[in-house]
Design a protein around this ligand. Structure first.
Ligand SMILES: O=C(O)C(=O)C[C@]1(C(=O)O)C=C[C@@H](O)C=C1
Length: 359
């Protein structure tokens, strides 16, 4: 793996701490920290993100670091986030504020969603969605805000799978209008670009413009990471798709605005918490359930009919593979059987569980 020019990032208050280079031959990492951050880094674990010049995915947890190196280790687990949060504390985090985890760097849409849901909250950036889930479970934060579907690009399957694996409750949802911008260095015109970096969902949402420009698409973990990669790299032929807030945060210029395929580009985010809300009948409620079905020709019809008979609107149906369900051995003569494909059905319906309890 060749991984160079990593950016070291720490807590929200000190997101960018310096640069690092990984030397595959010696498995060593050389680190150049920004002045003033060295002490902080020695005390707290930081996370590494590949921002440019990487050939493989460059996941931080795959880098083996010698113990002698300043930084202690790189894992995607809650302990590290714990340390990051303690880092936040060192940076005078206000403990009276609600803490809300989101995936990505400061300036990602997840952070916009967290601030829309809780305007005075302290937003806590996480390496990935699973870390955001774990942070809530382990009481490191109060809530997590994660995207579940885009009206242009569709469902975010990873979060459907994580909902099943973690013991959290959906306590709310919000719709965020996403206005993507094409970002680049000062003086660059969009016609100068040869590559554009962004989150895969954002690349899909702006497919028409990207095809017209004839650029190479490069996928990274989140839109803010894309903006920061372009800012740090310095190459003038690479652009990023991200928000106008990310442009401001990372000192980039907006080359084009509202570049998504469809003016109406909404992403639905879920708000997750350790405790459920008590459903009432005072206002419209939505309920999410997940189940699997036995094999029977009429079983899906009957399951959905239960809602139709009660005049309950279904707002979303999603199916995901039932993982950890051993695949039946299939010999070639049978060409695969239905047994090999079992599903979980996720249904959102527009009714409160309190209503069911009244019946
Ligand atoms: O990359 C980001 O900024 C995110 O918050 C992630 C994400 C997503 O996962 O769908 C959120 C909203 C946009 O649809 C694009 C990307």
């Amino acid at each position: 793996m060749a991984l160079n020019d990593c950016c070291i990032w720490g807590c929200a208050k000190a997101p960018q701490l310096g640069m690092a280079n990984f030397h595959p031959d010696s498995s060593r990492l050389s680190v150049n920290l920004k002045q003033g951050t060295e002490k902080w880094c020695k005390r707290e674990c930081c996370c590494l993100r590949a921002v440019s010049g990487f050939e493989s995915s460059g996941d931080a947890d795959r880098i083996r670091v010698q113990p002698s190196v300043l930084l202690e280790g790189f894992h995607k687990d809650a302990n590290i986030i714990n340390k990051q949060l303690r880092g936040n504390d060192l940076c005078s985090s206000d403990r009276s504020k609600l803490r809300v985890a989101y995936k990505g760097l400061p300036g990602a849409y997840g952070e916009d969603a967290a601030l829309k849901a809780y305007p005075n909250c302290e937003t806590v950036p996480c390496l990935d969605f699973e870390t955001a889930f774990k942070c809530v479970e382990s009481w490191l934060v109060d809530k997590a805000v994660v995207p579940i579907e885009s009206c242009i690009a569709g469902s975010i399957h990873r979060n459907y799978d994580l909902l099943i694996r973690h013991n959290l409750h959906i306590v709310g949802e919000l719709h965020l209008l996403i206005k993507h911008c094409l970002l680049g260095h000062k003086g660059v015109r969009k016609e100068h670009l040869t590559s554009v970096i962004s989150h895969p969902q954002a690349l899909v949402q702006c497919e028409t413009m990207l095809t017209d420009l004839g650029v190479t698409n490069i996928a990274v973990d989140d839109t803010a990471a894309a903006a920061r990669a372009v800012a740090l790299d310095g190459r003038r032929d690479i652009g990023a798709i991200a928000s106008s807030r990310a442009a401001q945060l990372y000192g980039l210029h907006i080359l084009a605005e509202a570049i998504q395929d469809d003016d109406v580009n909404v992403t639905r985010f879920l708000i997750l918490a350790r405790d459920p809300i008590i459903p009432g009948t005072d206002r419209p409620y939505k309920t999410s359930i997940v189940f699997s079905l036995d094999e029977d020709p009429s079983v899906l019809f009957r399951a959905l009919g239960a809602f139709a008979l009660r005049n309950i609107n279904l707002s979303k149906i999603e199916s995901r593979p039932l993982k950890h369900c051993p695949l039946s051995a299939v010999d070639d003569s049978k060409e695969g059987s239905a047994e090999s494909f079992k599903y979980l059905l996720y249904i959102d319906f527009e009714a409160s569980l309190a209503r069911a309890a009244q019946k």
